[in-house]
Ligand binder design. Structure first.
Ligand SMILES: Nc1nc2c(ncn2[C@@H]2O[C@H](COP(=O)(O)OP(=O)(O)O)[C@@H](O)[C@H]2O)c(=O)[nH]1
Ligand SMILES: [Mg+2]
Ligand SMILES: [Zn+2]
Length: 331
């Protein structure tokens, strides 16, 4: 995980402005054997964590934590680290206890749909969002790409686009659509992960999103040879389609950083995003919107974008579809 400077939430309340290095001096008497760790999976109140020495452990939330939410990517402090790592034989009492959650640097959120006011944090502390889209099989759906870019910018997370399966179809239509955005684009030809992609992931905490079948797990397996993520949409052990709704997992990368696979995210409800901020994710259109009237919604008759000869009509339609979908879901 990239080490951003961050403040401990509890300390912030008591002693504002304390720095990360001061926090490490462990002045709290209750938990002096506490170790820092990153949460890598969450499953009904049970967590897997990777502690600062790189070892994996199982943990539960200490009662003191109350209802404080813990998600994948959270940086926490744990006590009672046992040396048992085989989850199957570990009794609940042997689990380490999470006693503190550090302030989150970023939170990637979604709502179930665009009008649902209940937002959920999917991942904490990611600094990059890799939007994986196949050139074909499945056909690219720009709706999800647009939404993911909006969610990333809103969360202060840097988006990138990874176009897979360029061996079976040309990436050109997608590159043409998304090239004008200030978002780096990488290509995967016949599952080959280039050095450029590898470098883009190193020392970052990157969340993968994209429809099922685009090649996310294939990419994870190339970047983390020990990951053994099942690919092809079918679990090789059970023979059934994977149950993917909660299966977010963070995996440490061999050269530093982590990659977070999110099989469950097929859509991004954006009810939590201010409509006025949606256009920031459309930097190509935002630049062109200088001649719009003040307060233009970009979806009415006074909008200057329709008359702009430099405007890509399908990009404009993407923006409008997204703005409208906030009251009517249609993707
Ligand atoms: N031709 C081709 N197939 C790919 C590529 N990347 C992944 N696949 C295949 O696409 C299928 C789905 O990949 P998977 O990684 O399970 O997708 P996920 O659902 O996004 O995790 C698998 O059969 C992969 O072997 C690629 O670049 N080219
Ligand atoms: Mg997968
Ligand atoms: Zn306008």
């Amino acid at each position: 995980m990239t080490k951003h400077s961050r403040l401990d939430e509890d300390d912030v309340r008591i002693r504002p402005g304390r720095s990360k290095s001061r926090r490490r001096t462990k002045e709290r008497p209750d938990f002096h054997d506490a170790t820092e760790a990153t949460v890598t999976t969450v499953d009904r109140g049970r967590f897997t964590i990777v502690s600062s020495d790189g070892t994996q452990h199982y943990a539960i939330k200490a009662r003191e934590m109350g209802r404080k939410g813990i998600v994948v990517g959270d940086e926490v402090e744990v006590v009672g680290l046992s040396h048992v790592t085989g989850i199957d034989r570990v009794e609940r009492e042997d689990f380490a206890r999470i006693v503190r959650r550090f302030a989150r640097v970023t939170t990637l959120r979604r709502t179930a749909d665009d009008v649902d006011p209940v937002e959920r944090v999917i991942v904490a502390n990611a600094d990059q969002l890799a939007i994986v889209v196949a050139a074909a099989d499945p056909e690219p759906r720009p709706g999800l790409i647009d939404r993911a870019v909006v969610a990333a910018f809103d969360a202060g997370i840097t988006p990138m686009l990874i176009i897979t399966k360029t061996d079976i179809a040309s990436p050109e239509p997608l590159v043409e659509l998304y090239g004008p955005l200030d978002v780096p684009i990488y290509e995967v030809h016949d599952k080959v992960v280039t050095t450029a992609i590898r470098n883009a992931f190193t020392d970052h905490a990157t969340v993968l999103v994209g429809h099922s079948g685009v090649g996310k797990s294939t990419l994870v397996n190339s970047l983390v040879p020990t990951a053994a993520r099942s690919t092809g949409g079918v679990n090789l052990v059970t023979g059934k389609g994977r149950h993917t709704s909660t299966n977010v997992i963070a995996l440490p990368l061999p050269d530093g950083g982590i990659i977070i696979d999110t099989p469950g995210i097929r859509s991004f409800g954006l009810a939590h995003v201010d409509p006025a901020r949606v256009i920031h994710a459309f930097s190509d259109i935002e630049r062109a919107s200088q001649s719009c009237p003040r307060g233009c919604t970009h979806d009415d008759q006074h909008c200057a974008l329709d008359a702009d000869p430099t405007m890509n009509p399908s990009r404009l339609e993407s923006l409008r579809r997204l703005l409208r979908s906030r009251s009517q879901i249609e993707y």
